[in-house]
Design a protein. Structure first.
Length: 379
């Protein structure tokens, strides 16, 4: 009887062990599935952020906020080397601690991590200790994981997560964090092109207008506030003739007066840039093509009615002589008057599509149009 009871108890215990193992496997499977779902949501959030019409700095900051929220990370900091120095691109740590956070590449324990491209986990054993890299933030972080970041095998910076609890990352799944790290790298790799555009935006010397690159950064933020907009490109088709027949200085004045006229007669909600050489672009944000034709016709008529010449003061400033200076009496009676001629092309732009493709289409049309064409064409 006693043996039978023992056997029954053993069987019950074995059954419970098997049951618990199965439950543990199911819980682990559920956790893994839940983690994968979380990762998918994070990747989706990353992609949505990349597609936003905002600055690179804002995008990186938002990505860091997503990491903190989705993965319940206490502190997360992304530091990137910009070619000259290390900069904290995003962090939810108080800014007074950023000084030490952007110098981690100089800490011995992290140098090996950077060289080997592997993460580094550091922690303390009790509340009275502090992490080696900390300077003044004695009670802030008690454990941290450092991840060096690489784009195409080139070291660009690091991502560090921290916790205020000792040994808080002892059982964390590093493979999951590695996936997050790679997502961060993908985002940085994507926005680096946008950063390049933002950094090369300049203003034109003669007109004071922004250059073409402005359209793809700050300009696009304005345009993409609306679902549909009209992009207009116009070209001063006789500028080369003016430069050759009279002078380049008079050609420059033609360009400045045309740009000043357009700038004074369009809404501040529209984007106006000097695209390239004699070509200009007006982005009529939130306006459909049929609503801008009358305005463009009036603008074209007004500009082509201009008679632009250099004043005597301007000639003296530029040390210019009248071309017919061999016959002074004839020279005094001769005026160098330029009459600009314009060719316009317009096209609709829809938010989320390729602005550069629209501009390319307009530019190709104007460059290949008949030399005598002076019209407004809707492509």
């Amino acid at each position: 009887m006693t043996i039978a009871v023992v056997i029954i108890l053993v069987l019950i215990i074995l059954g419970l062990v098997i049951y618990n193992v199965n439950i543990h496997k199911k819980i682990q499977k559920f956790k893994n599935m839940n983690q994968k779902i979380t990762n998918l949501y994070v990747v989706q959030d990353f992609m949505n952020t990349i597609g936003e019409t905002s600055t690179v700095e804002y995008k990186i900051k938002k990505i860091n906020d997503i990491l903190v929220e989705r993965y319940e990370i206490k502190y997360s900091t992304i530091v990137v080397f910009d070619g000259a120095q290390y900069q904290v691109k995003a962090s939810n740590v108080d800014e007074r601690h950023w000084g030490s956070l952007k110098k981690l590449q100089d800490v011995d324990m992290f140098k090996d991590s950077i060289q080997s491209a592997t993460p580094k986990y550091v922690t303390v054993n009790n509340e009275n200790e502090k992490l080696p890299y900390q300077e003044m933030e004695f009670g802030r972080a008690k454990s941290a994981i450092f991840f060096p970041l690489y784009i195409d095998n080139v070291y660009i910076g690091y991502w560090i997560i921290e916790s205020g609890t000792p040994h808080d990352f002892d059982n964390v799944d590093i493979t999951v964090l590695e996936v997050i790290k790679e997502n961060i790298v993908s985002v940085l790799k994507t926005v680096v092109h946008q950063k390049t555009l933002e950094s090369i935006v300049r203003k034109d010397l003669f007109t004071g207008l922004y250059s073409e690159e402005y359209l793809y950064g700050e300009g696009k933020k304005v345009i993409d506030q609306y679902t549909i907009s009209t992009i207009c490109m116009f070209k001063i088709i006789n500028i080369q003739d003016i430069n050759k027949r009279y002078s380049r200085e008079l050609g420059n004045k033609v360009i400045t007066q045309i740009s000043e006229y357009v700038k004074a007669n369009i809404s501040q909600d529209y984007v106006f840039v000097r695209y390239m050489g004699p070509k200009f672009v007006i982005a009529f944000s939130g306006v459909e093509a049929n609503s801008v034709v009358d305005f463009l016709n009036e603008t074209k008529e007004a500009i082509e009615a201009m008679q632009i010449e250099l004043t005597q003061e301007e000639k003296q400033e530029l040390n210019l002589e009248v071309k017919l200076n061999k016959d002074s009496s004839k020279a005094n009676n001769t005026k160098e008057i330029a009459k600009p001629r314009l060719n316009f092309a317009i096209s609709s732009y829809y938010k989320g599509t390729g602005l550069e493709e629209v501009l390319k289409k307009l530019e190709e049309y104007l460059d290949n149009a008949d030399a005598n064409e002076s019209d407004i064409t809707n492509l």
